[in-house]
Design a protein around this ligand. Structure first.
Ligand SMILES: Cc1ncc(COP(=O)(O)O)c(C=O)c1O
Length: 365
């Protein structure tokens, strides 16, 4: 085989768009196995064994050789019912992260103005970079809440095609009151994505109440947190039905497989299970927050989600994280965010997991 005239690997790689080449892969950066895994804001509770047994029957009846529908209509309908919106307002994805990429595809051309408040779930900034947005970042207030005044000013000044508000926010756990959401919706000429991944843990009214009044609102949700389905990959958006129709044009078909759809439907069919799990996780987060607040050596951010952000005063956050990891306890280091240097994030686990974390923390502190 004469390959003398073939381009070198580097020449071929140089054909990859700079937006991609300049990126880093998204890595959680932790071993997959740990005794106490509190680093990804997951539910500590898997589905009950009886429900899983029912789903095994579903698995048997699922035709693996047949494509699923382009969109999982029955699941979209169940999600619409759950949220009191029309099925035409729902678009289901392979996890909500996957839909975030759809926003890049649909709204961002090179130089498109995008405004993002910080600190925010890092994927949004990555999508803005990948699509060469003209990105403006709004630094938080001293108490780490989003600076809504500055955000309102920036979306107007930059004629923002897109802004995003994560509420409750990851990684702070802080939430934006509905009146402030409305200020941003009124001021933004483009779309406002409100990512409500942790909405079930928060007692503010959901953004669905604003859908009728604001055609520029897109709400993003996930079944990875309160519903405990992070391993299956189900997320969805809700928006004006005409917006959904347009987004469908850019959408990859078949993104939700038959089994995930069946599991999503089964879980939505057990509303008491969701209520019970959310109560357990809220209790866990409240007691974890209180326990951390009782430690003099820590500053703790009060959370409206299922995780807590904190910073140690006398120990370095890196050393603390490493010491916990040696004991099989995974938490997340937030030092990569300019406004969160020295901060760590711990997810609320089972009572036993929280105790293991707090005991190990005390041993280090
Ligand atoms: C704000 C926010 N949005 C979305 C996601 C990801 O959701 P999914 O598992 O549906 O992709 C997360 C996960 O941590 C998150 O914190």
């Amino acid at each position: 085989m004469d390959t003398a005239s073939a381009p070198s690997v580097e020449t071929v790689l140089n054909r990859i768009r700079s937006g991609v080449r300049n990126e880093h892969p998204y890595l959680v950066g932790a071993p997959p196995q740990a005794d106490v895994k509190l680093n990804q804001n997951e539910s500590p509770y898997d589905l009950p064994a009886e429900l899983k047994a029912e789903l095994v029957d579903t698995l048997h009846d699922t035709a693996f050789n047949r494509y699923p529908a382009e969109q999982p209509a029955a699941l979209a309908e169940a999600l619409a019912k759950h949220n009191h919106v029309a099925p035409e307002q729902v678009l289901v994805g392979n996890g909500s992260n996957e839909l975030t990429y759809l926003f890049g595809l649909a709204f961002i051309e090179p130089g498109t103005p995008v405004v993002l408040p910080a600190p925010m779930f890092s994927l949004y900034e990555k999508v803005a970079r990948l699509y060469h947005a003209d990105l403006t970042t709004i630094e938080p207030r001293a108490d780490l809440h989003f600076d809504i005044d500055a955000l309102v000013e920036a979306v107007t000044q930059h004629n923002a095609a897109m802004t995003v508000i994560t509420t409750p926010n990851n990684p702070t756990g802080l939430a934006v009151p509905p009146a402030d959401l409305e200020r941003v919706l009124k001021a933004t000429p483009g779309v406002v994505v409100i990512d409500e991944a942790y909405v079930e843990f928060n007692d503010y009214p959901p953004a669905t109440e604003l859908l009728d009044a604001y055609p520029n609102l897109i709400i993003l949700r996930t079944l990875s947190k309160a519903f405990g389905l992070a391993g299956l990959r189900l997320g969805y958006l809700m928006a004006h039905e005409d917006m959904v129709t347009e987004l469908m044009k850019a959408r990859l078909p078949f993104m939700v497989d038959r089994f995930s759809e069946a599991v999503g439907r089964a879980v939505l069919n057990h509303p008491n299970l969701l209520t019970q799990r959310v109560e357990q996780m809220q209790e866990s987060c409240a007691s974890l927050t209180q326990a951390l607040q009782e430690r003099d050596d820590l500053t703790v951010v009060p959370s409206r989600a299922n995780f807590v952000l904190f910073t140690p005063h006398t120990t370095s956050s890196d050393a603390l994280q490493d010491a916990l990891m040696e004991q099989g306890i995974l938490i997340r280091n937030m030092g990569g965010y300019p406004s969160l240097q020295g901060y760590l994030r711990v997810c609320a686990g089972t009572p036993g997991e929280n105790k293991a974390f707090l005991d190990a923390l005390d041993a280090v502190l």
